[in-house]
Design a protein around this ligand. Structure first.
Ligand code: MTE
Ligand code: MOS
Length: 828
């Protein structure tokens, strides 16, 4: 058996094939969970009763009026739960709550013969509420000391001492907005109880095993009495990692109590008002640089907005803390993290899982400080990139750091950066009301679940007597192309054509105890397990073939459905014939595969260890154009060089990079969640409840010129067929768009001035950044980067922080903290 990363000749991995469901997607014939509705005779429909308060005690709940509505069959309440009334694993998420914790919280669920009957029934349910004060923003939560879960710190060296010594010191704050997943398929479950009493739930879930566990504990059953299946999802993006469980449990509970199938599908408004989103973050920071612009120290406090319950907030925070460094070496560092509890949806996983928020903090710092240091931002970034041999603040060596530099140089070359930088300068000199910006930002992203135990996977591979192959693995398909890759892995490992391999839907009774398909690790983990199963079968087949060919089993070769011997090709056995012969000899033709990622360890309390198998690298150059009258902008061109190792499936990887980049651009520019922060009756209501008010990026937000290049000769040893994960890292390439916007805004004002940009950098936010730049006085010319000047700025920043209680994230306060102080008060 060969090493995991080795490829045979003519592998099926690495071939550019279309997504295995592409034809079904575009013809509308791919089935999603809710499409199975027609196959469930007698199905009941579920509709939630959503609370109209952000925080309230439920003092009375009268379901009788609902039961009087024609077609209403049952109302599910806490009293119906035979097991544990909790939708999560932390025991802080009552499925049927006694206390409303956010606006739109489902209090109970109505089952009806039709969806309309269920809806009318839900309208008829009478609930008495005693409203309670609600904490909504991070500023309110920090002021009220409303926190949840464990606070964590990542530290190395002595940040305080290094800051005190640093010749250039700055401080500031940053507020980072959340993001709605807006998967095309909203949450859906379809549950029934089969003839033997087995509860069977079809669910749009990224984590079938956890859905199974939670359905079981709600129903008071064991896991072997519950089966969860996921056909495919119309997008998950992390939003279906934890959030489907309670919904599946409601459907399952209804099915058990009524004896009829129950279908629960959230409509868009319900999905957007009830389910968790990307965590908003607040960061306050102090940074120190040496005279060459190298980072000396960073001290920061990150506060995430976890919403009403913990959900995945702790691991999301851990990943944020492990990614504050992004691609840069920070010798002395001390970053504290904590989770606020607010009366909003329970924020959850979203592509990047906290990594983007952590990384944005340092990218924002570099973008803001470069002009104050008198260093070009691209040069400032390059100077601080990790060098080979250096390690992260949590103690893991940055293996292949040289790839970062190679990717950096390559994207400079491919984007024709130097020439275009001059062009942008000329363009800006010639256009008073239009300015362009050109920025390069890198990405380093750790691959593996921080929580070591999740880094395992299973697979089940059947070879039938006719030589056809059916595979099953623990990962779920959400559009990312995992199933396509797994078919390619199996075809490669067994040496058969791709068409011979079929894939069956993900089910907990085929492969048990699976991890969420998340952390971009789906292909690494399940690919390892699929290959392991195939290798077992192939080794057994090789024994049979070796006897037929009269050679040693190690010399048997499998490729393209033909079995031959090393070095001679006159004797060729058809794969199907070999399989039939093996069956006749009573050789086992199927296998269970297993994979565990080697070499990982993580101390989640000390925040030290080697949590990641490897790092994914990439870099992007983006050019944007900003209109000075409105702040509107267009994305002129983006060039990306990204490291996916040796790609398992180049077309899939290309799509992941493009899609991730555009989704990241949406988060950083257009997508803005607005909650009613007033003291009126709708306090806490999400105002952006639909595509009409929540602006998603679409084709028109694709860069007008978009080049994606896969980094070459990038074999990753120790990963299936030398590949690397791709799902999340490209999202953070969109930092280049934000930094280009910052530079374009800066071009409206005098040089040497720090530009602050809100996140998301909506056209409105960009307009205010342009306005601030335009109104700024020309900074004093002497000693901009001199020690005296920066000391003053640091002091001014610190006092501005103190004035706002060290944490109040108002834009005005942060505006004065850094660049403003420098510009308005002058230097020494
Ligand atoms: N791509 C599509 N089309 N749809 C998705 O929902 N989810 C992303 C990413 N790419 C997603 C996607 C997220 S959040 C993750 S963690 C990975 O895919 C998960 O799949 P993988 O581990 O197989 O890469
Ligand atoms: Mo992805 S946020 O890890 O599901």
């Amino acid at each position: 058996m060969s090493a995991l990363a080795d490829r045979p000749v003519n592998p099926v991995v690495g071939v550019a094939v279309a997504h295995e469901s592409a034809a079904l997607h575009v013809t509308g014939t791919a089935l999603y969970t809710d499409d199975l509705l027609g196959r469930a005779p007698g199905v009941l429909h579920a509709w939630p009763v959503q609370a109209p308060h952000a925080h309230a005690r439920i003092t009375a709940l009268r379901t009788a009026p609902a039961l009087a509505v024609p077609g209403v069959v049952r109302v599910l309440t806490a009293a119906d739960v035979p097991g544990v009334n909790d939708a999560g694993v932390k025991n802080d998420e009552p499925l049927f709550p006694g206390e409303v914790m956010y606006h739109g919280h489902a209090v109970c669920w109505v089952l009806g013969e039709t969806l309309e009957a269920a809806r009318l029934g839900a309208e008829a349910v009478e609930v008495d509420y005693e409203p309670l004060p609600a904490v909504l923003t991070l500023a309110e939560a920090i002021a009220a000391e409303s926190f949840q879960g464990a606070a964590r710190t990542v530290a190395r060296g002595d940040a305080a001492a290094a800051l005190a010594r640093a010749p250039h010191r700055f401080s500031g704050e940053l507020e980072i907005g959340g993001q709605e997943h807006f998967y095309l398929e909203t949450h859906a479950s379809l549950a029934h109880v089969d003839e033997s009493g087995q509860v069977f739930v079809q669910s749009s879930t990224q984590h079938p095993s956890e859905t199974q566990e939670i359905v079981a504990h709600v129903l008071g059953l064991h896991s072997h009495e519950v089966t969860v299946q996921c056909l495919r999802m119309g997008g998950g993006f992390g939003g279906k990692e934890m959030q489907p469980h309670g919904l599946a449990a409601v459907a399952a509970l209804g099915a058990v109590l009524t004896g009829r199938p129950v279908r629960l599908r959230l409509n868009r408004t319900q999905d957007i008002t009830m389910t968790g989103k990307r965590h908003p973050f607040h960061a306050s920071w102090e940074v120190g640089f040496d005279d060459a612009g190298r980072l000396l120290a960073l001290r920061a406090t990150l506060t995430s907005d976890g919403g009403w319950s913990l959900d995945l907030s702790e691991p999301v925070l851990a990943r944020a803390l492990c990614h504050v460094d992004n691609a840069y070496h920070v010798p002395h560092i001390e970053v504290h993290g904590r989770i606020a509890r607010t009366h909003k949806t329970s924020q959850t996983a979203f592509r990047g899982f906290g990594g983007p928020q952590g990384m944005l903090v340092l990218e924002d710092i570099l973008g803001r400080c470069a002009p104050l240091l008198g260093v070009d931002p691209t040069e400032l970034r390059r100077r601080n990139l990790y060098a080979p041999g250096q390690s992260t603040p949590y103690g893991q060596v940055v293996r292949h750091a040289e790839r970062l530099h190679a990717i950096w140089d390559e994207v400079l070359r491919r984007s024709d950066f130097e020439r275009r930088r001059r062009q942008v300068a000329e363009f800006n000199a010639a256009h008073p009301h239009l300015k362009r910006g050109l920025a390069l930002t890198p990405v380093k992203f750790g691959i593996s679940f921080n929580f070591t135990a999740f880094n395992q996977a299973g697979a089940l591979v059947h070879v039938y007597r006719d030589g056809s192959v059916l595979i099953n693995h623990g990962g779920t398909e959400m559009g990312q192309g995992l199933h396509t890759k797994m078919r390619q892995v199996a075809a490669t490992a067994l040496g058969v054509p791709l068409q011979h391999v079929r894939l069956a839907p993900t089910r907990t009774d085929k492969v048990p105890n699976t991890s969420a398909t998340a952390a971009s690790s789906g292909a690494d983990l399940n690919g390892g397990a699929v290959k392991n199963a195939c290798d077992q079968i192939r080794a057994r087949l090789a024994e049979v073939a070796s006897r037929k060919l009269g050679i040693h089993p190690a010399d048997v070769r499998f490729a393209d459905g033909k079995v031959t011997g090393l070095g001679f090709h006159d004797a060729v056995i058809d794969f199907a014939d070999l399989v039939r012969a093996a069956y006749a000899e009573r050789v086992q033709l199927w296998a269970a595969g297993y994979y565990r990622t080697e070499g990982l360890h993580w101390d989640s309390t000390r925040m030290q260890g080697e949590p990641f198998k490897y790092f994914s690298y990439g870099a992007a150059v983006s050019e944007v154009e900003v209109d000075g009258f409105t702040g509107a902008y267009r994305f002129v061109r983006t060039d990306i060089v990204h490291d996916v190792g040796d790609s398992l499936s180049p077309l899939i990887d290309l799509g992941q990079i493009e899609g991730g980049f555009v989704q990241g651009t949406g988060w950083l520019t257009l997508e803005e969640l607005r909650w009613d922060l007033s003291d009126g009756p709708n306090r806490g209501r999400l105002a952006t409840q639909a595509a009409s008010t929540y602006k998603l990026p679409s084709f028109s937000e694709m860069p007008e010129e978009f080049h994606v290049h896969l980094f070459e000769r990038a074999t990753e040893s120790g990963v299936v067929y030398g590949s690397k994960a791709v799902g999340e890292p490209p999202l953070m390439l969109a930092f280049s768009i934000r930094e280009a916007l910052r530079q374009a805004a800066a071009a409206f004002g005098p040089a040497g001035r720090s530009v602050e940009l809100a996140s998301p950098a909506t056209p409105e936010a960009v307009y205010w950044a342009v306005e601030a730049a335009r109104r700024a006085p020309v900074p004093a010319t002497d000693g901009l980067a001199g020690p005296g000047a920066t000391r003053d700025r640091a002091a001014a920043g610190a006092s501005a922080n103190a004035a706002t209680g060290g944490g109040a994230p108002s834009a005005a306060a942060t505006g004065g903290a850094l660049g403003g102080a420098a510009a308005d008060r002058g230097s020494s």
